[in-house]
Design a protein around this ligand. Structure first.
Ligand code: NAD
Length: 366
């Protein structure tokens, strides 16, 4: 693998490898861009088949974080970490403390958080060694579970999409299918229900379905049928890649707006096909930014009200993206990417592009 060629093609600033024979840690941190501030992104633990697979994953994910932070208006850059290992077997306090020391060594250029394969407990072990960690429990001064803020942001995004596509200010009487009733999906259902939407829900976990059916009047749909429902809005809140070249021709919805990461299997191709089929797509990293907004808020001393207020702005951000997409005759996916890049370029011309991050934990407010 030609590392520098990979870094150049994706625009990365830094790739750091960490090896600790005593804890067994094999970790990689990728810092994509720190123009807006320190690079923030979760630490994924995964049993990668090859080192190359781990490198590609951390490069891809860290670049995504640059765009997500930029479009959310945060003064943060994009970064990500991966630990090569089996999260079910290889986790120890020693391993995460070791990872924490390496993060500390990056001197604030990268701030970590939980991700797939890691949890709050792991981050608390990281915190023993470094303050450059976020998304920890309330008892340790953190913000706790980000899902309520994520769900609120998704709700705002759905409202913006409805305004754009159907010119309505309310969700009353609109049919919405929700796939996945976990942390985000269950909170989202409560917002949609209160607004008078007609809900079609599913989950592969029967307990989650029963929990929701006991609380709200909704129609249960088998997991394999949820995407085929004749609804106004499809809200994927479980897996990625549910929207792909096979499923798009079967979709009957007018809007796709949900919390799941990587909703589109092939973003460029699929977003064009959605547009052709007259389906409005709310870009995933824009509409689900509430989680990032929440952990970013923690860095300044957690203020729940402020976090919700910031997530509310997802409405305006999406309206801006829809407007740009129409004006420039591009997909909403491309409009979101351009919007995120524009903000970075604007700051980068004021300062040097890859300026070294100041030795301070505070997010810059300039
Ligand atoms: P979660 O694990 O709590 O919930 C996911 C739910 O989806 C589970 O109840 C699971 O049983 C269900 N599910 C899995 N496969 C399914 C299938 N094939 N059909 C129907 N249901 C299925 O996860 P979450 O925290 O609610 O996150 C949901 C999605 O939103 C994920 O893609 C996540 O990456 C994304 N996201 C979450 C946050 C957050 O703050 N939690 C922030 C940004 C993005």
């Amino acid at each position: 693998m030609k590392i520098f060629k990979e870094l150049n093609s994706r625009g990365h600033e830094q790739l750091s490898f960490f090896n600790d024979p005593y804890s067994g840690l094999k970790g990689i941190v990728a810092i994509h861009n720190t123009t807006l501030g320190p690079a923030l992104g979760g630490c994924r633990m995964w049993n990668y088949k090859t080192e190359e697979e781990a490198i590609i994953d951390v490069l891809r994910l860290s670049k995504g974080m640059t765009y997500k932070a930029s479009i959310a208006g945060l003064n943060l850059g994009g970064g990500k970490a991966v630990i090569i290992g089996n999260p079910k077997k290889d986790k120890t306090e020693k391993l995460f403390r070791s990872f924490g020391r390496f993060v500390e060594g990056l001197n604030g250029r990268y701030i970590t958080a939980e991700d797939v394969g890691t949890n709050i407990q792991d981050m608390e072990n990281v915190k023993i060694e470094t303050s450059y960690v976020t998304g920890i429990s309330k008892s340790l001064g953190g913000s706790g579970d980000p899902s309520p803020v994520t769900a609120f942001g998704v709700y705002m995004g759905i409202k913006a999409s409805v305004k754009e596509k159907l010119n309505k200010n309310s969700l009353k009487g609109l049919k919405i299918s929700v796939q996945g009733l976990g942390h985000v999906g269950s909170h989202l259902v409560s917002y949609l229900y209160k607004d008078g939407a007609e809900l079609y829900i599913t989950d592969i976990d029967k307990n989650r379905v029963d929990f929701i059916l006991n609380k709200y009047e909704c129609t249960y749909v088998k997991p394999e049928n949820i995407i085929l429902q004749d609804v106004d809005i499809y809200a994927p809140c479980a897996l990625g890649a549910t929207v792909n070249s096979e499923t798009i021709p079967q979709l009957k919805c007018k809007i796709i707006a949900g919390a799941a990461n990587n909703i589109l299997h092939d973003p460029l191709k699929n977003s064009k096909l959605l547009e052709k089929n007259n389906i409005l797509y709310a870009p995933d990293y824009v509409i689900n930014a509430g989680g990032l907004i929440n952990v970013a808020n923690e860095l300044e001393g957690y203020d729940k009200e402020k976090a919700f207020n910031s997530a509310e702005k997802i409405y305006d951000t999406l309206m801006g993206i829809f407007e740009r997409a129409k004006k420039e005759s591009i997909t909403t996916h491309s409009a979101a990417a351009l919007q995120a890049e524009d903000r970075i370029k604007k700051i980068a011309t004021l300062k040097s592009f890859y300026l070294p991050y100041k030795k301070t934990f505070k997010i810059r407010n300039d």
